[in-house]
Design a protein around this ligand. Structure first.
Ligand code: UDP
Length: 389
């Protein structure tokens, strides 16, 4: 059995990190230890250790962690010395493994160099649409260079993510698609009882009226403002907005809080912050919405809503079309179209048969296609197919 080591820069919760947590824990339950090196400390590392997995930090230093998608060449060069130091430490660690797998962009660069030094096969898991406007030209070129020349294989989290990298110059024959996988047996399928629902809505300061949930980081491109505009158009519809802002998105959070106040929606729209019980909250709402204003590379929250047997309305684009077949098992709206979102929500809360049909078809689709067993198997196939660097 090949010895695999994962490297990732972030130990806080985002879709890419939760993907990593789930595959590492599932591999472990099926007898394979996939240790993780984090380049910065955070709660995900603690969760993995608490669950019995092997995880540790090799600190990349502030200069490297400050690098962003939009960073220019000068900023990248100023991080060079720290990169050299951490690359040397990592290369030493890598000697004990057969395959090194980077789960983020920063770890692509740093672990990619270290894997080259240690002469180990190197895999990058791509969780982004590299074509997206938020990447600077220099960063896009660097990603494509590393993907083409420093990896043995690239794993994209959707065909949309694969196609975007290919359009920027990535080599298609190096890229496999492995979807995010979910443990449907243990984490989903709880139908909240009426009492649970009343309790959770009561805790949020809401009454027992139809409720939509929006789950994910609070960030402009996640489009929480689109949901607020849509909720305003549907009388008696309530909303919970679940998730937190990262430091740089704090002002957007302030804006949408003010938007709710200004429109007199405070009694109908509640912000619950970051929650670890997303599945439980999804089970209490009547609709799960996804409102990203940019194409989503994959969209875990969409699968989670469908797995929880909730009708899901999502933004068309990116990897979302690989999850939802509109209008069979979910509804797609154009990005930013709060009028269409309001209409779709109104239709679902007034037509129980439609809501149940969407929920059931959504459940069937995601349980057949996005299991954690399949993701771990597909990843293992990629690792097993590699020869020595
Ligand atoms: N999530 C969470 N708590 C929150 C908000 C979101 O655990 O308060 C989880 C959510 O359940 C999902 C992930 O964060 O698994 C977000 O992944 P997604 O692919 O939707 O978006 P990304 O963060 O990758 O942009």
């Amino acid at each position: 059995m090949k010895k695999i080591l994962f490297v990732t820069h972030a130990a806080s919760y985002g879709g890419a990190e939760l993907f990593l947590r789930d595959v590492v824990l599932h591999a472990r339950s099926s007898g394979q230890e996939w240790p993780v090196i984090f380049l910065a400390d955070g709660p995900l590392k603690t969760d993995l250790i608490d669950a019995g997995a092997t995880a540790k930090t090799v600190s990349a230093g502030a200069q490297i962690l400050k690098l962003k998608r939009g960073s220019n060449v000068r900023e990248a060069l100023s991080a060079l010395y720290s990169i050299y130091a951490v690359v040397k430490v990592l290369a030493k660690e890598f000697r004990n493994y057969d395959v090194i797998c980077a789960n983020s962009q920063k770890s692509l660069f740093i672990a990619g160099l270290a894997a080259r030094l240690a002469r180990k096969p190197f895999v990058w898991i791509l969780h982004d649409l590299v074509s997206d406007q938020s990447f600077s030209g220099a960063m896009r070129r660097a990603l494509v260079f590393f993907a083409n020349h420093m990896t043995s294989a690239v794993v994209a989290n959707s065909y949309a993510a694969k196609d975007a990298l290919v359009q920027c110059g990535g080599k298609a024959d190096k890229i496999s698609v492995v979807y995010n996988g979910f443990d449907f047996d243990t984490n989903f399928g709880d139908n909240a009882t009426e009492r649970d629902r009343a309790t959770l809505l009561g805790e949020a300061g809401l009454s027992d009226l139809p409720t939509v949930g929006l789950f994910g980081r609070i960030a402009q491109w996640k489009g929480q403002h689109v949901l607020i505009e849509a909720v305003e158009r549907v009388p008696r519809l309530q909303a919970i907005i679940v998730g937190d802002a990262t430091y740089q998105d704090g002002s957007y959070f302030d804006q949408i809080r003010a938007m709710v106040e200004d429109r007199n929606l405070s009694h109908r729209v509640k912000f619950l912050g970051f929650r670890k019980d997303v599945q439980r909250l999804m089970a209490t709402v009547d609709i799960v919405a996804h409102t990203s204003t940019e194409p989503e590379p994959f969209g875990r929250v969409i699968v989670e809503g469908m797995a929880q047997r909730r009708p899901v309305i999502a933004t068309r684009g990116g990897g979302v079309g690989e999850i939802i077949d509109h209008p069979t098992n979910g509804i797609l709206c154009e990005a930013g179209d709060s009028v269409a979102l309001a209409e779709a929500m109104r239709a679902i809360i007034t037509d129980d048969a439609m809501a149940s049909r969407l929920a059931e078809a959504g459940y069937q689709k995601v349980t057949a296609r996005f299991s954690i067993e399949r993701s771990v198997r597909d990843l293992k196939d990629v690792f097993d197919g590699l020869s020595r660097a």
